[in-house]
Design a protein around this ligand. Structure first.
Ligand SMILES: Cc1cc2nc3c(=O)[nH]c(=O)nc-3n(C[C@H](O)[C@H](O)[C@H](O)COP(=O)(O)OP(=O)(O)OC[C@H]3O[C@@H](n4cnc5c(N)ncnc54)[C@H](O)[C@@H]3O)c2cc1C
Length: 445
């Protein structure tokens, strides 16, 4: 059955299966949504809010580059879904969604297994009355040979932690073999992920020197960023990209713009001008697409596999199904293509919660309008730059330094406030202060 047939059929047979509001994916968008719905329906026994995620804990994805370098310990910043479920009156199911059947209004979950592969929980189906898909995105290799097999990625916590183990090992080796060649790192993609990672790698090398790695120096770390566009951060105003390029070059990062990657090899990256750039670590950060399994669900998708949604975030032609965050292809009611960002996922979660409530009480849904409050790029402790009021006024405001840093940090605090509540967020700020005063500034093992 084709995409549209499957949804059209579903619309004909649609009936209220039960009171289950199911959210798949507890990330920047889905977790905030589950918290809102859980709180809203806490006194309504006819409504059961269920969050499904393939991991037991949540880490805010914009922190993944810090997990990769070791400037953040993932165990310190993770939030337990079960704890949040208890606090905010939703149910949590641990499991990986593999399919959605809009005719039967069911989500299919794979079996869960332990480290040895033995089954813990068998395959399951979860029925829904209303469903929100918020499963995020993964790296898009754009068909480039070797991109996914030879490069490291920062799509998941596991990948970020594996990166960290490898990076730490290479730095330890570099420190103990003073005459060894510098560590060459090639980052493909000059977007926010690539530039933030490059700066933080240098930050960690400098920090490690303070913890007894006295043979390490910036000169032993050769980080290059390859970007196909004429400037870094091509989605942001040119001035930000130029400022970031200048800052990175000051730190010692080599920036190559107008450079396309044609092939990624085991220990090198081959570019369009015929160069093989040596890479002990290559990182693929060149863009994202939706998780591949969504394309097999029969729900309507675009070329990047993202679910096509209407302006009210409902999946085109599929009654009772919404999609939010990176996994949806959304043009807001003003025709703006919504970018894959945490602030977009946050705003979509708020509107989706409103629209689910509206539908349940027979009211009209609202249309999504993306408010770009600006974009901030953190170059670790070296600098933070960005703009405020992206599309909210005629010209955005360029900011840098501590003002930019404060706004950058406040984004994460706002997410913590959305999932923990204001009081717990303040306790977390205090806890972070105590943690920093009593622990090393970087992960040392
Ligand atoms: C290194 C890095 C830095 C970034 N910096 C910024 C920034 O500074 N500002 C900004 O606005 N954005 C930033 N982003 C982008 C931002 O992280 C994403 O746009 C945002 O997280 C998208 O939210 P989401 O809810 O759509 O998906 P995610 O936050 O990715 O959450 C998806 C969730 O779905 C779960 N999941 C996935 N598949 C399944 C499945 N099959 N079954 C069950 N669960 C599943 C995952 O475990 C995860 O919990 C950054 C991204 C990266 C990688």
């Amino acid at each position: 059955m084709g995409t549209d047939d499957r949804c059209a059929e579903e619309t004909k047979t649609a009936s209220l299966v039960n009171g289950q509001l199911v959210v798949i994916g507890g990330g920047a968008g889905g977790l905030e949504l589950a918290v809102k719905l859980g709180k809203k329906y806490r006194r309504d026994p006819s409504v059961d809010v269920i969050l499904i995620d393939k991991n037991p804990t949540h880490i805010w994805k914009p922190l993944f580059h810090e997990v990769a370098t070791g400037s953040l310990n993932s165990y310190h910043d993770e939030a337990s879904y079960r704890m949040l479920a208890r606090k905010h009156h939703f149910r949590f199911l641990l499991g990986e969604a593999t399919d959605i059947d809009p005719n039967r209004r069911e989500v299919h979950l794979a079996a869960t297994r332990d480290d040895s592969g033995a089954e813990i929980t068998p395959k399951r189906t979860v029925a829904y009355e209303q469903l929100v898909v918020s499963v995020g995105s993964e790296s898009n290799d754009f068909g480039i040979e070797g991109a996914l097999t030879h490069s490291r990625r920062l799509d998941s916590r596991e990948q970020a932690e594996s990166f960290n183990r490898y990076f730490t090992t290479l730095l330890q080796r570099l420190n103990s073999q003073a005459d060894s060649d510098p560590l060459s790192v090639v980052i493909v993609g000059g977007g926010a992920t690539g530039v933030e990672l490059a700066a933080d790698m240098h930050n960690v090398v400098q920090r490690l020197r303070e913890y007894g790695f006295e043979h390490l120096s910036d000169a032993q770390l050769h980080v290059s960023i390859l970007e196909a566009a004429p400037g870094l951060l091509p989605r942001l105003p040119q001035r930000i990209g130029a400022s970031v390029k200048h800052e990175l070059e000051q730190i010692g990062v080599a920036v190559h713009v107008n450079t396309r990657v044609e092939r990624v090899l085991d220990n090198a990256v081959h570019t369009n001008d015929g160069t093989d750039m040596p890479a002990a670590i290559s990182v693929w950060a060149a863009g994202v697409k939706a998780p591949a399994w969504l394309a097999h669900t029969g729900l309507p998708t675009d070329q990047a596999g993202r679910l096509k949604v209407n302006a009210d975030l409902s999946v085109d032609g599929c009654d009772g199904v919404f999609a939010i965050g990176d996994c949806c292809a959304c043009q807001d009611r003003e025709g703006v293509e919504v970018p894959p960002r945490a602030q977009a996922a946050h705003q979509m979660a708020s509107l989706c919660a409103h629209n689910i409530r509206a539908l349940r009480s027979g009211k009209a849904t609202r249309q999504f309008v993306y408010r770009d409050f600006g974009s901030l790029v953190s170059l670790s402790r070296f600098s933070t730059v960005g703009n405020l009021m992206g599309n909210l006024m005629r010209g955005s405001v360029f900011i840098e330094g501590w003002v930019a840093r404060t706004f950058y940090l406040s984004l994460y605090r706002m997410h913590q406030m959305a999932i923990h509540g204001p009081f717990s967020m303040l306790l977390l700020v205090l806890g972070d202060r105590i943690y920093k005063a009593t622990r090393p500034e970087v992960k040392l093992h």
